[in-house]
Design a protein around this ligand. Structure first.
Ligand SMILES: C[S@@+](CC[C@H](N)C(=O)[O-])C[C@H]1O[C@@H](n2cnc3c(N)ncnc32)[C@H](O)[C@@H]1O
Length: 160
C-alpha cells in the first residue's frame, strides 16, 4: 500500500465506533487498512465499476460483517443519512464535484484527493458552504497529490 493511501487512511481514522464510506474504492485498500487497524470501524465500499467493486469485495472478504458494498455512480445509494467519514480519491475534480453535488447523505468528515482540477474543488467547497480544515500535498512515487479534509457547515454561512 503506497504512502498516499496510507495517509488517506490515517486521516480517516477515528477513535470510537465509526463508519467510513469510500466512493471510488476500486481495490479497497484504504478500507482494508482501516478495518484491520480499527476493530470498531465499519466500511461502505462504493464503485460504479462492477469489476472494481469485486476487487474490493475480495480484499475485504474476511470483514463480511463490517463491510457493505454498493455498485453505484456516486453516493446517491446512501440516501440522506449521516455517516462519519467520506473518502473520494483518485478521480478528477469535475467527477468529485458531481458526486458531492448529487449526494444527499451528510458526513462529519470528507477526505478528497483529486487528481485534477484541485483549485476548482477548493472554490466549489467555499461556494457551497464547506469548511476546509486541512489542505496539503503528499509526494508518492515522485508524483504530488493534493489531500483536502473538509466538512459542510451545519448552517448557511453568509458570503460577503
Ligand atoms: C483511479 S481509481 C482510484 C481508486 C482509489 N480510490 C485510489 O485513490 O487509489 C478510481 C475509481 O473510481 C471509480 N469511480 C469513478 N467515478 C465514480 C463515480 N462517479 N462513482 C463511483 N465510482 C467511481 C472508478 O470506477 C475507479 O474504480
Amino acid at each position: 500500500m503506497d504512502t498516499r493511501l496510507k495517509h488517506i487512511a490515517s486521516l480517516a481514522s477515528m477513535q470510537a465506533d465509526y463508519t467510513v464510506v469510500d466512493c471510488g474504492c476500486d481495490h479497497g485498500k484504504v478500507l482494508y487498512k482501516l478495518l484491520i487497524d480499527n476493530p470498531d470501524c465499519k466500511a461502505i465500499a462504493i464503485d460504479k465499476s462492477a469489476p472494481s467493486l469485486d476487487k474490493a469485495r475480495k480484499l475485504l472478504e474476511s470483514f463480511e460483517d463490517r463491510a457493505t458494498f454498493f455498485c453505484s455512480d456516486g453516493i446517491t445509494c446512501l440516501g440522506d443519512k449521516t455517516y462519519d467519514v467520506l473518502i473520494i480519491s483518485g478521480m478528477g475534480g469535475h467527477n468529485i464535484i458531481d458526486i458531492l453535488s448529487d449526494g444527499k447523505a451528510k458526513f462529519d468528515k470528507i477526505i478528497l484527493s483529486p487528481h485534477t482540477n484541485v483549485d476548482l474543488i477548493r472554490q466549489w467547497l467555499i461556494d457551497n458552504n464547506y469548511f476546509i480544515s486541512s489542505d496539503s500535498v503528499i509526494q508518492c512515487k515522485k508524483k504530488k497529490y493534493a489531500i483536502i479534509v473538509t466538512h459542510k457547515h451545519s448552517e448557511e454561512i453568509c458570503q460577503p
